[in-house]
Design a protein around this ligand. Structure first.
Ligand code: C2E
Ligand code: MG
Ligand code: MG
Ligand code: MG
Length: 277
């Protein structure tokens, strides 16, 4: 005990802090193991149009931990982002999605699907980002017009010129960009005019409140109008009820993602679902 060492000893860690630190160190070691032993899985969640037809999917990372089972990305993405690991894991995710697109290109019903892939700001800002991504594209020969990259507003806070340059380089190859969690981050709208975006993704925190909160409803209505006038597609995430979908449809949003249409599932389950209809 630090206390027993005499009153001139400084105590930096209380037991709770020390336990948290140890857990953090253990998690980081486990994440290195996960990358080495390929414990990652990609799940896919459907994106549907107003007829209920699946038109695309979002790729979502899962970690199959040997002791803990399936771990949610919310628990480990921030730690991956604070280390170099995000670059390798991010490349693995993109390569998986691109391989899927290349396979789907051979099947009539599946060849029209898009895949949305989340990019971390740290991964995007890395100096080898473009060359890594171009390497993946060359290796997989994916149809890049079917690939959507999801970025967040935090990316636009700094280094706008560099961000724009990288986005344009990828757009020249046919890739599209979606702005994830729209409205929850950086509050300047100026970047919408500066950066080559294709889609706004309305955050689930707004979507889930449209029927309960007039303020949320106004934010969603304005977002849909803004997307329309900027010629951007709009998609609502986190749609859980038919009432929410009906409201969105009535207010001009025609593409949806959420538990109402399906949870994230393995690629086999997704294909089975799509081929059934
Ligand atoms: P996100 O990109 O905003 O993804 C949406 C999250 O909401 C997913 O959680 C999804 O499963 C969940 N979700 C979808 N529909 C509903 C719904 O109707 N209701 C509710 N309550 N939730 C819904 P998930 O898979 O746990 O991912 C959480 C976050 O982790 C993602 O948020 C994204 O920021 C990050 N993430 C996931 N996969 C990746 C990845 O491959 N790379 C990076 N960089 N980040 C990822
Ligand atoms: Mg996303
Ligand atoms: Mg999102
Ligand atoms: Mg989100």
């Amino acid at each position: 005990k630090a206390k027993d060492n005499g009153r001139h000893t400084l105590c930096f860690f209380d037991p709770a802090m020390q336990a948290a630190l140890l857990a953090h160190v253990k998690l980081e070691a486990d994440l290195h193991q996960a990358q080495e032993n390929q414990q990652w899985l990609l799940y896919y969640q459907p994106q549907v149009n107003s007829c209920g037809t699946i038109i695309g999917v979002e790729a979502l990372l899962r970690w199959e931990h040997p002791e803990r089972g399936m771990v949610s990305p919310c628990e480990f993405i921030p730690l991956l982002e604070s280390t170099e690991l995000i670059n390798d894991v991010g490349e693995w995710i993109l390569a998986g999605a691109c391989q899927q697109l290349a396979r789907w290109a051979q099947h009539p019903r599946l060849s029209t699907l898009t895949i949305s892939v989340n990019l971390s700001p740290q991964q995007f800002r890395d100096k080898h980002f473009l060359s890594r991504v171009e390497g993946v594209f060359a290796r997989t020969q994916a149809p890049l017009s079917r690939l959507k990259l999801e970025v967040t507003e935090s990316l636009f806070v700094a280094a706008q010129d560099e961000t724009r340059h990288k986005m344009l380089a990828l757009k020249a190859q046919g890739v599209r960009f979606s702005l994830d969690d729209f409205g929850t981050g950086y509050s300047s709208l100026a970047y919408l005019a500066q950066l080559p975006l294709d889609q706004l993704k309305i955050d689930q925190s707004f979507v889930q409140q449209v029927l309960d909160s007039q303020a949320n409803a106004s934010i969603v209505e304005s977002t849909i109008a803004l997307a329309g006038s900027l010629n951007l597609e709009v998609i609502a995430e986190g749609v859980e009820t038919e009432a929410q979908q009906a409201w969105l449809l009535a207010h001009g949003c025609h593409v949806y993602q959420g538990y109402l249409f399906g949870q994230p599932v393995t690629v086999d389950e997704m294909e089975r679902r799509i081929e059934k209809v």
